[in-house]
Write a protein that binds this ligand. Structure first.
Ligand code: SF4
Length: 294
């Protein structure tokens, strides 16, 4: 076995952490984001198909220590592995995570969660926050359209919770494919059984790559979000331009964090508590394992 793409980056950028999306982890901060080549799924709607579905896109060599230094120079308190599928580069990702931890940076992973148990354990033991795509609640859709399997993704999400990693989940809602309320309700139920505080992002799909299905209607997204809110406390609809997204205090209802696009106002927080009533908030301001609301 050889690793021809070890340390080969296809994209590097300091992004708002909200773009991952992570809404309850270091809000308003930038995360130094690294992408690679390739993916272990073949989603026909992939927004990053130029780097996920081919291996001839431009790359350049990066080193874990170099990425950590660049993140610090860019004043990013975290290093994120994202864009295509980082778990296809687990060896390099783990080397980066070790270097980032030593330097006091938090480790962020944005993944499809389609991964063997042993690799999942190794990566999650180094990870602070993860956003996992739960793309549908339909084994046939996973197998036939994406080339993966839902059970592995479910196991990854459960393991992330077990490893005390901050977890958020995302579903790109695609008309006629996964917008059946029963599917979204089942995903919300699965997450809620792990914790009703897991933030769940429902994102609007737009035609991309091999899919020409018309974009998700805002009304569909809102009604699915309302459905998911029956099970989960924090459900966000994304990719809807001009829509403000709020996180409210569960005790007094005050706004803790307000987001418009990537502009974030977290003035409703005092440390990890509600500034109005002092209730512990669901927001983590730093590495989760090091900072829990007392
Ligand atoms: S898992 Fe993500 S990166 Fe991979 S093909 Fe699907 S959408 Fe693209």
């Amino acid at each position: 076995m050889t690793l021809p793409f070890y340390g080969m980056a296809s994209a590097v950028s300091a992004d708002p952490i909200e773009k991952k999306p992570l809404y309850h982890f270091m809000p308003g901060s930038a995360t130094y984001s690294v992408g690679y080549l390739g993916c272990n799924l073949r989603c026909p709607f992939c927004q990053n198909h130029g780097i996920s579905q081919r291996t001839d896109a431009p790359t350049w060599r990066v080193e874990p220590a170099g990425l950590v230094a660049e993140a610090r120079a860019a004043r990013c308190p975290s290093l994120a592995h994202t864009y295509s599928e980082p778990l296809a580069h687990a060896e390099f990702v783990m080397d980066c995570m070790k270097a980032a931890r030593e330097a006091g940076l938090a480790n962020v992973l944005v993944t499809n969660g389609y991964c063997g148990e042993e690799a999942a354990a190794a990566v999650l033991s180094l990870c602070d926050a993860v956003n996992v795509d739960v793309k549908a609640w339909d084994e046939g859709f996973y197998r036939e359209e994406l080339g993966g399997d839902l059970n592995s993704v479910k196991r990854f999400v459960m393991m992330a919770v077990e490893y005390d990693v901050h977890v958020e989940a995302t579903t790109l809602v695609i008309p006629g494919k996964n917008d059946d309320p029963a599917q979204i309700d089942a995903i919300a139920g699965f997450l809620a059984a792990l914790s009703p505080d897991i933030p769940y992002h429902l994102s609007a799909y737009h035609p991309m790559y091999r899919y020409t299905i018309p974009a998700t209607k805002a009304s569909t997204l809102r009604s699915l979000a309302d459905l998911a809110r029956r099970r989960l406390r924090y459900v966000y609809s994304g990719n809807l331009p001009g829509e403000r997204s709020l996180t409210l205090c569960r005790a007094c209802g005050a706004v803790l964090v307000s987001r418009m696009g990537y502009a974030v106002d977290a003035s409703g927080l005092r440390g990890c508590r509600c500034a109005s009533c002092g209730e512990p908030s669901p927001i983590h301001g730093a590495r989760k394992k090091n900072q829990k609301c007392p």
